[in-house]
Design a protein around this ligand. Sequence first.
Ligand SMILES: C[S@@+](CC[C@H](N)C(=O)[O-])C[C@H]1O[C@@H](n2cnc3c(N)ncnc32)[C@H](O)[C@@H]1O
Ligand SMILES: [Mg+2]
Length: 280
Amino acid sequence: MRLCVRSLKTAATEIRMWVFFLSACAGGAALLYVLYSWLIPAAVQYNASLALLWHDVIVERVLDRITGSTRPQRLLRAVQKKATQGDPQSVIATIDHFCRHSEWAMNVGDEKGSILDSVVTELNPSSALELGTYCGYSTVRIARLLPPGSKLITLEFNPAYAAVARQVIAWAGLNDKVQLVEGPSGDLIPQMKELFGVQTFDFVFLDHWKDRYLPDTKLLEECGLLRKGTVLLADNVICPGTPEYLEYIRNSSRYESRYFKSHLEYTKVEDGLEKSVFLG
Ligand SMILES: C[S@@+](CC[C@H](N)C(=O)[O-])C[C@H]1O[C@@H](n2cnc3c(N)ncnc32)[C@H](O)[C@@H]1O
Ligand SMILES: [Mg+2]
């Protein structure tokens, strides 16, 4: 009888321990779930530094490790799987969907993209330059709006990104409008006239590394690649930010400049585009 009571007590203690252990596991899992599905997404939607750290460093590195591929390669696979060949709009929509629902990427994005579209449509440029191609998202956005016979030269110094962008541009059916040139902007801008026969650009989209906006603008001026009326459109002037460029372009008597408020691609963090008309 005594033995029986003792084994009942031991069993009750064991059950209590198991209940405690399982509750702790369930609590931990619930906490992780709330963190991952609610707190982190909410924080990175509204905070600039957290957004860039989370999307551009943590998630990208983890997914690269797990999948054995790079973000541009995953983006390209989504395009090849879901977008219609020869249809730029479907390529843009596929990339935006991928970036909103699978993985953030540093394209200009749909929200600022519609501002970019209106600037390009209004200007109707026959020669355009893009600094920073990445996967070719903004290249496709700009090139699809160019009038027949126009050309967009886009510069990218990362060979792996350039290789992906070439396939994205080809998938959109825009090879005849786009010339992707591989190399650093600082070396290529001075060679534009002799290598590509460009006189001046009607439109320049600045979206490469932010510390190059100002030196490359001055280089474009020195090389005589801007004409009276050339429009410079600069992305990410708030996030990550280009303070020296803004200081220069807003205070120079050679430009008329205007800020278009928007958000960092695929988030609610404030960012914007600066449109500056060269006055000659
Ligand atoms: C923000 S991404 C461009 C995004 C692209 N414009 C879009 O919206 O789809 C910036 C790209 O510029 C490239 N880049 C940065 N500095 C550069 C430079 N000095 N010359 C050429 N490419 C550069 C980077 O490798 C990167 O792919
Ligand atoms: Mg950008």
